[in-house]
Design a protein around this ligand. Structure first.
Ligand code: ADP
Ligand code: MG
Length: 144
């Protein structure tokens, strides 16, 4: 388990960038944390680290947004508004989760039952006592 503290959005972005630079094809990272903790900011850094230049925002009306311009395909899921995992089946999630790109899933706890056995779990938490822009980011390897 690896724990990082950030004190600004820029710092969280840079952590993401480092993760994106280190990512290997076929990896899957879950992002867990309340609304507004910085999941999308971290994802934007990851995209940059992969070499994606176009702006990355949360896929609001689609569950997944695909970016092909980096050094591997990048699949950005935000499953916040998902009603049922059936919807994941419908979009053929397995092609992404078990493909040759990097998959990032915001709100992954909502689709826990279909997560691959092995993945990286990234948890972002605030701590009001440490200030408005403080975030604790914990990265752990999940091996079921
Ligand atoms: P989420 O995707 O988790 O809902 P966003 O990434 O969209 O959250 O938004 C995070 C918000 O928190 C942004 O407005 C960002 O500027 C702000 N913020 C403040 N401090 C931090 C920090 N240390 N890391 C990331 N975001 C931060
Ligand atoms: Mg988000």
């Amino acid at each position: 388990m690896e724990r990082t503290e950030t004190f600004s959005p820029e710092e969280t972005f840079r952590l993401g960038q480092k993760l994106g630079e280190q990512a290997r094809p076929g990896e899957l990272y879950t992002l867990t944390g309340d609304l507004g903790t910085g999941k999308t900011v971290l994802t934007q850094g990851i995209a940059r680290g992969l070499g994606v230049e176009e702006p990355v925002c949360s896929p609001t009306f689609t569950i997944v947004q695909i970016y092909e311009e980096g050094r591997m395909p990048f699949y950005h899921f935000d499953v916040y508004r998902i009603g049922d995992v059936e919807e994941m089946e419908e979009i053929g999630y397995e092609d992404y989760f078990y493909g040759q790109g990097l998959t990032i899933i915001e709100w992954a706890e909502l689709i826990r039952e279909i997560l691959p056995k092995n993945h990286k779990e990234i948890r972002i938490e605030k701590d009001p006592e440490k200030g408005f822009d403080y975030r604790r980011i914990t990265i752990s390897e999940v091996t079921k």
